[in-house]
Design a protein around this ligand. Sequence first.
Ligand code: ADP
Ligand code: MG
Length: 613
Amino acid sequence: MNHRPISLLPDVLISQIAAGEVVDRPASVVKELLENALDAGASEITVRIDGGGIQRICIQDNGKGIPQDELELAVTRHATSKIQSLNELESVMSLGFRGEALASIASVSQFTLSSYPKHQDSAYSISNQSGQWLLEPSAASPGTTVDVQSLYFSTPARRKFLKTEQTEFFHCLDVVKRMALANPAVTWLVYRDGKLQSRFQESSWSARVFSILEAMANGASKPIDVHAADMQLHGAVGLPDAARGKGDMQFFYVNGRFVKDKLINHAVRSAYEDVLHGDKFPSFVLFLNLPANEVDVNVHPAKTEVRFRNARAVHQWVRHSIQASLAPSRAVVPLSDSPASADQVAASTPVSSNAWRSSTGSAPVVQVQAKSAALPFLREELADYIQAYRPLEPAPRPVQITAQPKEPQAEPPRAAEDAEYLGQAIAQVHGIYILALRTDGMVVVDMHAAHERVLYEQFKNALDNQQTISSQELLVPLLVQIDPRLASEVDNGQHLWEKLGFRLSLISTQELAVRAVPSMLAGQDLSALLQQWLEDLQLYGVAHVLERQRNEWLAGLACHTAVRANRKLTIPEMNALLRSMERTERSDQCNHGRPTWRHFSLSEMDKWFLRGQ
Ligand code: ADP
Ligand code: MG
């Protein structure tokens, strides 16, 4: 190979390279331009997309505009009005700050930027004409218009990666929806190939959510608005019934910026863990606001990932807040470092769907407060966590029956002490169902699903009430290879291991000896499980692992030990199961979110046979 001297790249080429990251498809051009319009304080934004955005993207806003003498700078790489120092970067609240979007877009398109700021006499535009910038008077209306044509004409390789115009258009529309959800006070107009496609009129936040995500309307979601120290989480979470087969209704914003973040996803996912089957996707629109210096938004050129200064705290708080709002009958978890101080525990109010409907964006429904300064609950000791994660009511409380029969004239559910509520078993149907009689009708129970739920809650209770899981010593310690970077977690998690019935010690940085295991798990291959736990410990911290891994593990265990179909049960056994269901919280749904029983009232049965009509 010939030697080629090192040389600096030409400016346009640098922008074209950056364009590969920043504006890899029409939708990301739309995103960058909309961010600019929002940063400029626009209250009305018109988006025109022709030919999937490849032919043309034109975005007009009524924001503050760019003075004539700054137009050239606006399209210059690394020129921005949004930050001037590292300090400002660390506390940036604008959507943009890298100063490279316009330059990148211009380097791969035929580009015209026109602007008419308030205190200027007329509009000016700047456009790229055969490698030169041309500045001239224009007829633009107040605000800014960016017209991007023939996208990627200069970079055919990039163009090859694009999908059909139809697909690209819908990606662009998704971007507009994301932004519109977060900015209900702005009116949005979207034209596709000259025709009006969508219009989102300035509105309240809830009206905006319902108009864009109809599936969240009609009681299918619950509002959430919680504060802790200087964090706020508000928005709406879809009920488990409204979960979908794909993750197309998941919107999470950090300080107004839409993000697709692993940590956040995980937190939300695990909040739904107990109520949702693993392959269903919950729907949610959530806004997390926290001081700008608590979050680093400069992680990725497209700014869709973030890094939290205190990832663990954010993870746990988000998860618990969602959990609390999904299960309003349970008390809200206190976020205090002294669990005993009851005054730090705020009340939880049951949520009515009306409160949601009448809200203009932030109905304070469930309040979680921590008294002390920023993120105080992070000065953690394991004991505090364990304490904090215990349900607030240690004693078994009356079961709340939520699986009410759907008919409006249905009787109110009976109290737990009333042995009638799931009735008296009279038969087993096809080895799958239990048929039980009630004075007002009959009940059909899915035997396996119900048993699984009961066991799961029992296991969980045992742990929640500080009972240690019984443990079995191994005659010959089991040696497990581990990744050296995880070795420190073996010691960090010591309390946790003991609590779960393990005895572990490090032999070297890459080998672990397991000397005792929980009796329930004796004889199982635990090496993969332990590896996974160590990973999770490192990523999410002790408290989370204690909760999440434990639940997964208990769910598996419950499923495994629950009565299988076709096991013959005696009448007393069936009754015993019904009674324990009555005592079990949330026993009306199995661990996979399916119902476990149904009630058929006499009046309903009468209707089947047209009696008395
Ligand atoms: P950044 O948004 O990161 O600053 P851009 O390349 O997107 O970088 O924009 C460069 C500058 O141009 C911005 O800092 C802003 O001052 C100005 N600008 C861009 N678009 C608009 C707009 N729609 N309205 C007003 N000013 C704008
Ligand atoms: Mg920008």
